[in-house]
Design a protein around this ligand. Structure first.
Ligand code: NAD
Ligand code: MG
Length: 390
């Protein structure tokens, strides 16, 4: 029986994780859950999984939740302290890090420092503070399992091989809803268009990141830290069917890949039960019915976010944190229809240009850069909006 804390239990990854727990009730016990504002779903999850503690964003939501669940429920905590307690003070052996965005960094780091094993969905944690996080993992001796499907595929394709025999990693990308679109077509994209991902059902932020291809850029940075390889050895192939989840090419030309239908339950379950494989109630991959799989190079002109991410990790230091923060603000502004789709890379690029990069020798450096980039992005967005009204 493995004890789990799930940070972000009401999100897409959180819900899939709990489905796996329900399918394997003798394998997992849920001891802590945390959620944003979806109290109704959190209440339902508390009823089904009986955690010992839960955390919500603020005191008001904690009070509302307590009223809903009555006095026999779990301990209800709130704010950053609540998240930290669920991550590091609950009796969890493994923490599923499934909050979206930079908000996931501190609780994940704190779980690592407390020696909890991590199933990492929150890629932003590694993008913002990869150096610190990997050093903390090495120090605490915990295991960090990737949940992101590409990184899980690479992890699986590396098993049984010598790391020094790797020539390069090949991350696959579906290309999102706008694959093969021209810049002119992309000008008029609305949030509704961008939220319609062809292969995956995910949270809103990562769905927009997939449409801009920033998601793949963030994943290149994530792979760099997870597998300790320079980004020059990490390539991206467009693969619209999302069946080959990623590949490892070895020095002798052999390429190992992991395939499967696009369902996050497979990589989540692998992280939860490594080295075992849990039987899952998913349709099998039917390659004969599919017939063909396609691969092509990404269109770097129409989707400049990919190269912005490569630039950020090459500059290093605080730059990836700045890229990530500017992206979070821009995605939010796009979803609120304050800026257009093509403004997202424009804003990020302008914020990156204005940043004086410093070395990351502590969490404070990262947090200062993150907050600077958010302010700067808001101001660039105000200018863009001002110009469009003028
Ligand atoms: P989501 O938006 O569906 O869920 C996010 C969860 O985090 C929710 O429970 C929400 O309430 C909580 N949350 C949001 N902001 C918070 C805050 N400030 N403080 C505390 N809790 C907060 O997102 P998702 O699609 O499940 O993605 C979660 C993470 O996993 C992201 O980092 C994403 O990049 C990564 N990921 C997701 C998928 C996927 O298929 N959904 C695949 C690979 C990686
Ligand atoms: Mg992914």
């Amino acid at each position: 029986m493995r004890r789990l804390a799930i940070l972000g239990s009401t999100g897409s990854i959180g819900v899939s994780t709990l489905e796996i727990v329900s399918e394997h009730p003798h394998r997992f016990q849920v001891v802590a859950l945390t959620a944003g504002r979806n109290l109704a779903l959190l209440e339902e999850q508390i009823g089904r999984f009986s955690p010992i503690m839960v955390a919500v964003p603020d005191q008001e939501n904690a009070r509302l939740l307590e009223q809903r669940i009555g006095s026999n429920g779990p301990q209800v905590l709130y704010g950053t302290k609540g998240l930290m307690a669920c991550a590091a003070e609950s009796p969890a052996e493994m923490v599923v890090s499934a909050i979206v965005g930079a908000a996931g960094l501190e609780p994940t780091l704190c779980a690592i420092e407390a020696g909890r094993h991590i199933a990492l969905a929150n890629k932003e944690t590694l993008v913002i503070a990869g150096e610190l996080v990997m050093a903390a993992v090495a120090k605490s001796g915990c295991k960090l399992f990737p949940v992101d499907s590409e990184h899980s595929a690479i992890y699986q394709s590396l098993e049984g091989h010598r790391k020094r025999d790797v020539r390069r990693l090949i991350l696959t990308a579906s290309g999102g809803p706008f694959r093969n679109w021209s810049i002119d077509d992309l000008c008029g994209v609305t949030p509704k268009d961008a939220l319609a991902h062809p292969n995956w059902t995910m949270g809103r932020k990562i769905t927009i990141d997939s449409a801009t291809m920033m998601n793949k850029g963030l994943e290149v940075i994530e792979a760099h830290w997870l597998f300790n390889l320079p980004v020059d050895k990490i390539a991206v192939h467009i693969h619209p069917e999302s069946i080959v989840h990623s590949m490892v090419e070895y020095v002798d030309g052999a390429v190992m890949a992991q395939l499967g239908i696009p369902d996050m339950k497979t990589p989540i379950a692998y992280a939860l039960s490594y080295p075992e494989r849990l039987p899952l109630d998913l349709p099998p991959l039917d390659l004969c019915r599919l017939g063909k799989l396609h691969f092509s190079a990404p269109d770097r002109k129409c989707f400049p976010c990919l190269d912005l991410a490569y630039q950020a990790i090459r500059r290093g230091g605080t730059t990836p944190a700045v890229l990530n923060a500017a992206n979070e603000i821009s995605v939010d502004a796009f979803l609120q229809e304050k800026i257009g789709f093509l403004d997202i890379p424009r804003v990020i690029s302008m914020v990156m240009e204005g940043h004086s990069c410093t070395a990351v020798d502590g969490l404070d450096k990262v947090l200062v850069a993150d907050s600077w980039a958010r302010q700067m992005a808001v101001s660039v967005i105000d200018d863009i909006q001002g110009a469009s009204y003028a």
